[in-house]
Write a protein that binds this ligand. Structure first.
Ligand code: OGA
Ligand code: MN
Length: 288
């Protein structure tokens, strides 16, 4: 197979053609994709008109698909599919005040997926089924580069430190529904190193997820939140960021271990249907 790779930004993102995810991905192609992914952090595969079942199958080329812990966002038909959509399972447009939309709205702030798990997802694969023309641009930042560029004073404040990641933080910032006691017990907050080592590249990156972070060890909450905000602003600078304008049937793969992402708003009356699978993490976050 001849994969063709074209960089989309000097630091992050590549467009990969020469693969059809409707067909099984052989061992050689998997190894090549793995290399390209580690080098580029975010891969864009255009023209992938996949069914949900094919999408789940393609996910196996990278790892184990996760089944999300909440029913409100999970597809009724294919449980591995996480519905990043303002259209419900029955095809009805959901208004912005719908609890699902409130929760999905958190993606309009920088984050990395499922950082609140002891073993956060290694990656996510998002399929653009009905893409937005009024916004809905997904932006990705290179957290290796952000870490390397941190001014020494800021770097000294994160080195060797841990931040708290709590799924419940979503319900506070996004005005979403509170988790039930059972959900809360199943999803206790976790402390993650603020500088991590990528198991595949050995490189260090900054690791924060501002929609889930609600504390930093050894700091009072106000200082902690101010530091998270400062780091977020630093990491979100254009020089580290690739902005993806979607075409129908783009499939995007990103690495949650060394990137953050955010989506721009779009007209809530416009349908936007994106289906995601999430690749289960290969182990706990490795502290630098
Ligand atoms: C996600 C996410 C952004 C988008 O799927 O994890 O944050 O573009 N989505 O909808
Ligand atoms: Mn996300």
């Amino acid at each position: 197979m001849a994969l063709s790779v074209e960089k989309l930004h000097p630091l992050i993102g590549a467009r990969v053609t020469g693969i059809d995810f409707r067909k099984p991905v052989g061992a050689e192609a998997r190894a090549e994709l793995q290399r390209i992914w580690l080098d580029n952090l975010v891969l864009v595969f255009p023209n992938q008109p996949l069914t949900d079942e094919e999408h789940v199958q393609a996910t196996h080329a990278f790892g184990e698909p996760e089944i999300f812990h909440q029913n409100i966002i999970k597809s009724r038909k294919v449980p591995e599919i996480f519905r990043v959509s303002n259209v419900d399972d029955d095809g009805n447009l959901m208004p912005p005040e719908h609890p699902t939309m409130q929760q999905l709205g958190s993606a309009r702030r920088w984050h990395t997926d499922s950082s609140y798990r002891p073993n956060p997802a290694m990656g996510s694969l998002l399929h653009g089924i009905e893409v937005s023309r009024t916004g809905g641009v997904t932006c990705f930042t290179n957290m290796y580069a952000a870490y390397e560029a941190l001014p020494p004073a800021l770097r000294a404040r994160v080195e060797g430190r841990k931040a708290r990641h709590d799924f419940e933080m979503l319900s506070r910032i996004a005005n979403a529904r509170k988790p039930t006691d059972a959900e809360r017990a199943a999803m206790p907050p976790v402390w993650q190193p603020m500088v991590r080592v990528h198991p595949g590249t050995g490189r260090k990156s900054l690791y924060i997820s501002p929609i889930y972070n609600d504390g930093i060890e050894g700091m009072d909450d106000r200082d902690a939140m101010a530091l998270i905000a400062e780091l977020t602003e630093f990491a979100g600078q254009d020089r580290f960021v690739y902005k993806h304008v979607w075409e129908t049937d783009d499939m995007l793969l990103w690495d949650n271990r060394c990137t953050m992402h955010v989506v721009t708003p779009h007209d809530p009356l416009e349908r936007r249907v994106m289906h995601r699978t999430t690749i289960v993490g290969d182990g706990p976050v490795i502290a630098a």
